[in-house]
Write a protein that binds this ligand. Structure first.
Ligand SMILES: NC(=O)c1ncn([C@@H]2O[C@H](COP(=O)(O)O)[C@@H](O)[C@H]2O)c1NC=O
Length: 532
């Protein structure tokens, strides 16, 4: 221990915690270091019940806790003890004059606002769970980290005790600074949760300030590329998916794995597990095969057949619990990640033979209709929008051509439009028998997307030794309108017989006329699914 470590002995600690996990053991260890314990109502009770000596904060302030706990620690005797600069003569004099004793360690975790919202509590209960005294103390202690250590969650009890043990009852500046940085992030994330909850209650879409907060799930080895740093954070909304899933086995997820797994699971969420079994295979955040089937294994085989070359090293999402047959089939080729709501014991054992294959169980599917926000960064800015929660089952498919789709075409059109929502624009999806047979993604021109998808379907046909590509007699979905007839004509050339698109182009009439001339059935959804 050197002078640069700026050691500060802990003589008095104030503990005020809602989550009392590990509290007793921590308080016992502090007491063993000769630390005087001061505490608020419930925390003091818990500490005292373990036979430890603890001073109630009301003894310190001379005021009882009042107004349903709204006022407990908001007092100069507390805040002076936290904020006084120990080496400052005037501060020392003020402490002496007003009988303020220093507090060297603050241990606070906040009222469970996020958990209260999560359980669906009403407005008043949420408001009562906004902590005021806790954040005020945390921010004061963190500002004065030169003299005071601040702990905001039980996870850091050990780091503090290790330092006290190693440094004769003192903490180092390095630890106090790290704890201060964490403390401000905690109160910021807490306030972000509160302000976003208010925005939702008041239906404010564009608040003057927008804050987001998250808790570290995992620090990642690197980002999209090895020279980039990265970490994964959980937001308070707990949408089922890659952030909430339990990883049963396999290597640690990478940044790209997380991004791709999210894309796969969001897409599979479109397929109601009670209605159908479905499988999505994703590469580089775009589906390269999607299918419904009578069971999971047939859905998987159909999805794989769409583009088995791209599916190598892919991410697979299922809408039902992974079963043994499907697990066996999947292990025939190299796959990076499987995500499903659950898995049978037998399936888990089969996947277990592939040590590196990650298996994630998310418990449930994300609700495609659920509201929420998505955000992306641009230079110097943050673009925030509501999630694309439009679903096919809520749309009216308006027939605009002379010929209406057959029942089989209509079924496949709905399937294809569900998938189109999850493919990067410009998107063209060819589908047949509830399976994608050609996917064109992320092209700058819709015509190119149509041609690339058709060419890929041709490649798949040669691989499967089919006489002609499955685009013959397929249907087509376009995520946005055809600005000219050329994109649709490219689809017809590939053999499509029916088309679904949002409509709304200045040249809709031209496109409809071209469809009629070729005997094509076309429907408009009125909903666009751009995805960039
Ligand atoms: N009002 C206050 O002065 C105040 N001071 C501390 N708290 C919170 O009270 C909780 C602990 O309460 P208890 O020790 O009674 O279980 C902690 O989450 C702490 O952040 C307060 N509660 C709310 O603001």
């Amino acid at each position: 221990m050197t002078e640069t470590d700026h050691p500060r002995r802990v003589t008095r600690a104030l503990l005020s915690v809602s989550d009392k996990t590990g509290l007793i053991e921590f308080a016992q260890a502090l007491a063993a270091h000769g630390v005087e314990l001061v505490s608020t109502g419930g925390t003091a009770k818990a500490i005292a019940s373990a036979g430890l000596k603890v001073k109630d904060v009301s003894e310190l302030t001379g005021f009882p806790e009042m107004m349903d706990g709204r006022v407990k620690t908001l007092h100069p005797k507390v805040h002076g003890g936290l904020l006084a600069i120990r080496d400052n003569k005037e501060h020392a004099e003020a402490m002496k004059a007003h009988g303020i004793a220093p507090i060297d360690l603050l241990v606070v975790n906040l009222y469970p606002f996020e958990a209260t919202v999560d359980k669906g509590a009403g407005f008043e209960e949420c408001i009562e769970n906004i902590d005021i005294g806790g954040p005020a103390m945390i921010r004061a202690a963190a500002k004065n980290h030169d003299d005071v250590a601040v702990v905001v969650e039980a996870q850091d009890y050990k780091a503090v005790l290790d330092e006290l043990a190693a440094n004769k009852g003192a903490t180092t500046l390095k630890l106090r600074r790290r704890l201060a940085a964490k403390a401000y992030a905690r109160t910021a994330a807490y306030d972000a949760a509160i302000s976003n909850w208010f925005n939702r209650q008041l239906e404010i879409d564009a608040p003057d300030f927008r804050a987001f907060g998250g808790r570290l799930i995992q620090s990642l080895r690197y980002g999209e590329n090895p020279h980039q740093t990265a970490a994964f954070y959980a937001t308070p909304d707990k949408r089922p998916g890659v952030s909430t899933a339990r990883q049963l086995q396999g290597k640690e997820l990478s940044y790209n794995n997380i991004n791709d797994t999210d894309a796969a699971y969001e897409c599979i969420g479109e397929f109601d597990a009670k209605r159908t079994a479905a499988c999505v295979i994703v590469k580089h955040a775009n589906p390269c095969g999607v299918a419904e089937g009578s069971d999971l294994v047939s859905a998987y085989r159909k999805a794989l057949a769409c583009d088995s070359t791209s599916a190598f090293g892919g991410i697979i999402a299922m809408n039902r619990a992974l079963d043994a047959d499907t697990a066996r089939e999947i292990t025939k080729i190299f796959t990076e990640v499987i995500i499903a709501p659950g898995a049978s014991e037998e399936a888990i054992a089969i996947i277990g033979a592939r040590k590196n294959l990650r298996l994630l169980l998310a418990g449930s599917l994300p609700d495609p209709r659920a509201p929420g926000l998505t955000a992306k960064t641009v230079a110097g800015g943050l673009l925030v929008q509501s999630r694309d929660n439009a679903v096919v089952d809520d749309m009216t498919f308006k027939v605009v051509t002379k010929r209406a789709p057959t029942d089989a075409e209509m079924r496949d059109l709905k399937f294809a439009f569900r998938v189109a929502k999850h493919v990067k624009s410009n998107t063209i999806i060819y589908a047949k028998d509830l399976a994608t047979v050609g996917i064109g993604a992320g092209q700058m021109s819709r015509v190119d997307s149509a041609r690339i998808a058709a060419r890929k379907a041709q490649d798949a046909a040669s691989e499967l030794k089919l006489a002609e590509p499955l685009t013959k007699g397929s249907v087509v979905a376009s995520d946005a309108f055809f600005p000219f007839a050329d994109g649709m004509l490219a689809c017809i050339e590939a053999g499509a017989t029916a088309v679904v698109q949002p409509g709304g182009s200045m040249r809709d009439d031209e496109v409809i006329k071209a469809a009629d001339e070729h005997g094509i059935a076309m429907v408009f959804t009125g909903t666009r699914h751009f995805r960039h």
